[in-house]
Design a protein around this ligand. Structure first.
Ligand SMILES: [Zn+2]
Ligand SMILES: [Zn+2]
Length: 111
């Protein structure tokens, strides 16, 4: 899903590098991901809050090991070798009452 054009924008994840690599987490919601962050995505699941822009990273191994739900665990194990960035509707900062794990994670982008 990665496509490259000549537009350079600030990386959505680290907000430091500029990159032309971008991907859609949902129709019309484009995120930019630099090489460094793509590299990070190999070992970490990256979640980005679509409402405040806060970025969360979880080590893949650790996250999979902790999972109790076998179905979910299997699904995540299949994704272990992929570079995945997920857009979440809300994060703990936007919704202090909620817990990030309970957030609907239907928006998934693969790089
Ligand atoms: Zn970056
Ligand atoms: Zn947020």
């Amino acid at each position: 899903m990665v496509d490259i054009n000549n537009k350079y924008k600030k990386c959505t994840i680290c907000k430091k590098e500029h990159t032309s690599i971008h991907t859609e987490v949902a129709p019309g919601e484009v995120i930019y991901v630099c090489d460094t962050c793509l590299e990070t995505a190999k070992n970490n699941f990256i979640f980005i809050c679509m409402s405040c822009g806060q970025v969360y990273m979880r080590p893949k191994k650790q996250m999979i090991e902790r999972m109790q739900d076998m179905e979910l665990k299997k699904a995540y194990m299949l994704c272990e070798d992929m570079q995945i960035i997920q857009g979440i509707d809300m994060c703990v900062q936007c919704d202090p009452e909620g817990i990030i794990e309970q957030v609907n994670m239907h928006k998934t982008a693969m790089c």
